[in-house]
Design a protein around this ligand. Structure first.
Ligand SMILES: [Zn+2]
Length: 61
């Protein structure tokens, strides 16, 4: 997923995918964690269109 520098700066960053998904799992809305190519950390997005279903939702942990 491509992230613009503006969005990257605005978004909360997570050091690991696990940390981001932990927050996503607790949120009221469906969120996806994705690795940012700019800061190389993880962000959350509520735009799930075209995003891969994370492994924890597919039961592949
Ligand atoms: Zn970023």
């Amino acid at each position: 997923m491509k992230t613009s520098p503006r969005i990257c700066n605005r978004k909360k960053r997570f050091a690991t995918r696990a940390a981001a998904e932990e927050v996503a799992a607790r949120a009221d809305v469906t969120l996806r964690a994705y690795k940012c190519e700019l800061c190389h950390q993880y962000h959350l997005t509520s735009r799930t269109k075209g995003m891969k279903t994370p492994s924890y939702e597919r039961g592949e942990l």
